[in-house]
Design a binder for this molecule. Structure first.
Ligand code: 8ID
Ligand code: ZN
Length: 351
């Protein structure tokens, strides 16, 4: 491991929608309970785009260094950190640190800890060459896994794995995944197949349909050209509708439509966070059909270990395209236009 420099490259923006500037910034020094990570790769998640546009009611802290799907190696450890070796492969998640002591932490709701800090949102994230993370939240990457391919698991993978668990679907059930060709969606399809589910994916265009089919998805519904409700229902047992729906599409409309194809007693899990979106569910229908609608926020430390285990076993493989870090503005443009099938990963050696 080479010596740790005093400064490093980072992508910084001063305000919402401001230019994404490549800056020389200090390499942070780890606190006693932190690990310093020399980052090699970072996925670009749609949440980073939301952070840049500040289209959520979230307390973003500027100037901001975004990014929350990082992988690299341990460069230094704080004085109280045990169990991490310099040079070990490590991942950085969205939840960058929690108090470990409150009732939310105790119940494994890491993202809801009032003392939580979030990579790329309230703590300098992974669009830089070095970042700090509380050791308790540094993710151990199993040996032999490609660090570029695994980066998107640190947010997208953990999140969809958790959302599928929260959908209460069991092997043999049918799950609908909206946004199935995007970053979260392309991983959700694979986790769902690995869990033994029948997968109906909703997205649009040939590139996303081809990716969906390559990943083992069962039925693709094009939200621009198909009759969504009719096609979903026609592909469920007894035409009863889908017992589980996981929304990762960045579209309010997709959520409303799902009320018409979810099976009575089914569960709709909200994951995607379209700006200003509202769920309109008529109470009468929801009660009479006993439908559950629930939100799901990333996953906890155990979900992280489990989500990575699917990758280690070769059951899930993130479809990535690696681009130089300096391409981030273009990546955001493509993402906004819905043109990214799978995930773009930034090479943090190329600014
Ligand atoms: O913990 C969480 N809840 C969490 C964690 C990580 C990300 C939530 N998210 C949120 C992001 O902030 C974002 O709002 O999940 C959403 C999806 O993130 P992503 O997968 O990184 O975005 P993407 O790669 O752009 O994929 C979105 C897909 O949705 C499709 C698009 O074509 C794209 O493939 N889509 C859209 I936009 N409208 C659709 C529609 N009406 C649609 N698919 C089906 N129906
Ligand atoms: Zn994310």
């Amino acid at each position: 491991m080479t010596a740790i420099p005093k400064t490093q490259k980072a992508i910084v923006f001063e305000k919402a929608n401001g230019p994404l500037l490549t800056r020389d910034v200090p390499v942070p020094v780890p606190e006693p309970d932190e690990v310093l990570v020399k980052l090699l790769y970072s996925g670009a998640c749609h949440s980073d785009l939301h952070a840049w546009k500040a289209d959520w009611p979230f307390p973003f802290q500027y100037p901001l260094i975004g990014g929350h799907e990082g992988t690299g190696h341990v460069a230094a450890v704080g004085s109280n950190v045990k169990g991490f070796k310099i040079g070990e492969a490590v991942g950085v998640k969205w939840v960058n640190g929690t108090c470990l002591d409150c009732n939310f932490c105790l119940q494994g709701a890491d993202g809801n800890c009032p003392g939580a800090r979030y990579s790329g949102f309230t703590h300098p994230g992974t669009f830089q060459q070095y970042c700090t993370v509380k050791a308790a939240h540094a993710a151990r990457i199993p040996d032999g896994i490609d660090l570029a391919e695994v980066a998107p698991i640190l947010c997208a993978g953990i999140t969809v794995y958790k959302a599928l668990k929260r959908s209460d679907a069991i092997a043999g059930d049918t799950v609908v995944i909206t946004g199935a060709g995007g970053g979260l969606g392309s991983l959700a399809v694979q986790y769902a197949k690995a869990l033994g589910l029948v997968v109906i994916g909703i997205d649009s265009g040939d590139a996303k349909r081809e990716l969906f089919e390559k990943l083992g998805g069962d039925v693709f519904v094009d939200f621009k050209t198909d009759d969504i409700v009719k096609k979903v229902i026609a592909n469920t047992p007894n035409n009863e509708g889908a017992p589980a729906v996981v929304h990762v599409a960045v579209a309010e409309k997709a959520i409303e439509t799902s009320l018409d194809y979810v099976r009575a007693t089914g569960t709709i899990v909200l994951v995607g966070l379209p700006a200003d979106a509202v769920t309109h569910s008529p109470v009468f229908g929801q009660v009479l059909r006993a439908v559950t609608i629930r939100g799901s926020l990333v996953g906890n430390r155990l979900d992280t270990v489990e989500a990575l285990e699917f990758v280690r076993r070769g059951l899930v493989r993130c479809p990535i395209k690696i681009v130089p870090a300096s391409e981030l503005t273009n990546v955001y443009t493509l993402m906004e236009e819905g043109k990214i099938a799978g995930r773009y990963v930034l090479d943090l050696t190329k600014f």
